[in-house]
Design a binder for this molecule. Structure first.
Ligand code: NAD
Length: 485
């Protein structure tokens, strides 16, 4: 436990949660969490080492048989209670995330999303079903679904509680036990969730929550021989490392939800006002720090001037910079000095290679203003790489073919959008755009809970969603029963 020294003196949880008990790291090490708005220390957080991580996996392994053998309703009862406690604590979750990451409390969608997800999966365990076959004479064949055993979950800092739920809820509903590693930039909401898990009374070891860095805590999970499945959300760079570690250890099943450089195509027949309003919100939301933000907008040349004016007006008006704890603030600082410096390095590249027609460094702590670059060469790094800031490149196109070609000229493929009133064009574009989600006259962060979310190409492997996540945490077994006829 630690005292916040920032905006509150209330005590907050900062320890590891292993085998149902809160504990410091075995070597007593902690890391400092800095508030990106005040730039003052928020907390000293326990830093899991290899020994702690191994201990968490061992606890999950020991808890597995009894958890697996509960009925889905019995497991679901724990998830229902957790959903209710998350709902009761949404204000505190929002405050903690704001202190750690600068996320405006006015934009805190993580808490409601997490509560809904636990509620959904509390009921979903019964749908883990297989099929059967009498096609082979003298035999009954059964296909059954079974949990993996120990599942590791590694989450990022931008929407942490939602990712906690998207992974932990289906993994538990399927009968697995879990070790979750939170992000070193946003450990407090996962630690509070662990407190609620303790309050619910989950059997010890069923859920273990550790805080710490990619190495050693995350890398130990990725190469652990007792972890049978690993669900990861984060950068493509880290995803590659995890996939390599999995291949070189026990070939554990790996799900990867990775980065993006999502395009939005705006055609001359589109409702330009709506397109401008939605695309500007997409890149402004959480100061551009969302995986699916439309960081590239391609607008048809004939309407470019009009669209740009509408976009800039909406982008500027939507971003109220300020203290993320104030309910009127909609645009917080970048998450930390590292991310701020990274965004600034891309601003410098953009200024050299294109035209910055709006925004730039706010010269106020870690804030970056809503920023627009125009006329940037397609091979520029600011067109190709994920910036993870409120920075959009708006380029033009002449024909539909050119628009699709430019949109697809990336290794990412998370989300793409097309704004047009022509249904034939919308269908053609939806078919050709290389992305896990295509929005027609809508864009991110809008997504559908009951359909799969995930990436083409280097944006990921596997899909998440109410109807899809349970299966991702289940093995498939064929049972053959010989019977005399
Ligand atoms: P990151 O890859 O730096 O870190 C993510 C997590 O991985 C952290 O918990 C970190 O400690 C851990 N990690 C780092 N190195 C590791 C290693 N070698 N082995 C195991 N774990 C390791 O990403 P981030 O900066 O936290 O998050 C931002 C990134 O996440 C962006 O690229 C964003 O696009 C992506 N993201 C994707 C989605 C999606 O659904 N596709 C959603 C949100 C964020």
């Amino acid at each position: 436990m630690t005292q916040t020294t920032g905006s509150s003196t209330e005590s907050i949880e900062t320890r590891l949660f292993i085998n149902g008990e809160f504990q410091p790291a075995s070597d007593g090490k902690t890391f400092s969490l800095i508030n990106p708005f005040t730039r003052e220390p928020v907390a000293e957080v326990a830093q899991a080492n290899e020994e702690d991580t191994n201990k968490a996996v061992a606890a999950a392994k020991a808890a597995f048989p009894a958890w697996r053998d509960l009925s889905p309703s019995d497991r679901g009862a724990y998830l229902h209670k957790l959903a209710a406690l998350i709902r009761e604590n949404i204000g505190e979750f929002a405050r903690l995330e704001s202190l750690s990451t600068g996320k405006p409390v006015s934009r805190y969608i993580d808490g409601p999303a997490a509560a809904e997800t636990f509620s959904y999966f509390a009921e979903a365990g019964w749908t883990a079903q297989g099929s059967s076959s009498l096609n082979t004479p003298g035999h009954l064949g059964l296909l059954v679904k079974q949990p993996f055993g120990v599942v590791a979950c590694i989450i990022p800092w931008n929407v942490p509680l939602a990712f906690f739920a998207f992974k932990v809820a289906p993994a538990l509903a399927a009968g697995n036990t879990v070790v979750l590693k939170s992000s070193e930039k946003a450990p407090l909401t996962s630690a509070l969730a662990a407190r609620l898990i303790e309050k619910v009374g989950f059997p010890p070891g069923v859920v273990n929550v550790i805080s710490g860095f990619g190495t050693p805590a995350g890398s130990t999970l990725a190469s652990h021989m007792d972890v049978r499945c690993l669900s990861f959300t984060g950068s493509s760079f880290t995803g590659q490392k995890i996939q390599t570690a999995a291949a070189e250890s026990n070939m554990k099943v790996v799900h990867l939800e990775l980065g993006g450089k999502s395009p939005a195509l705006v055609f001359d027949d589109a409702d330009l006002e709506s397109a401008a309003q939605q695309t500007s919100l997409s890149i402004q939301f959480f100061s551009g720090q969302t995986c699916m933000a439309n960081s590239r907008v391609y607008v048809q040349e004939t309407v470019a001037e009009k669209f740009l004016a509408l976009f800039k007006e909406s982008f500027g008006a939507g971003a109220i910079l300020g203290n993320p704890l104030e309910p009127t603030t909609s645009h917080g600082p970048q998450v930390d000095q590292l991310q701020y410096d990274r965004v600034k390095s891309y601003l410098a590249i953009g200024e050299k290679e294109g035209k910055m027609s709006m925004g730039g460094d706010a010269e106020n702590g870690l804030f970056i203003k809503p920023t627009v670059f125009e006329n940037v060469p397609e091979d520029s790094r600011i067109v190709k790489e994920e910036i993870f800031g409120p920075v959009v490149v708006i380029n033009t196109f002449k024909t539909e073919e050119e628009a699709i070609e430019k949109a697809n000229a990336t290794e990412f493929g998370l989300y793409a959008s097309v704004f047009t009133k022509d249904i034939d064009r919308a269908v053609r574009a939806s078919k050709l755009l290389e992305a896990g989600t295509v929005g027609v006259n809508c864009t991110s962060p809008f997504k559908l809970n009951d359909l799969p979310f995930g990436g083409y190409k280097m944006s990921g492997i596997g899909r998440e969603g109410y109807m899809h996540s349970l299966d991702a945490f289940l093995e498939t077994k064929t049972i053959i029963i010989r019977a005399s006829s």
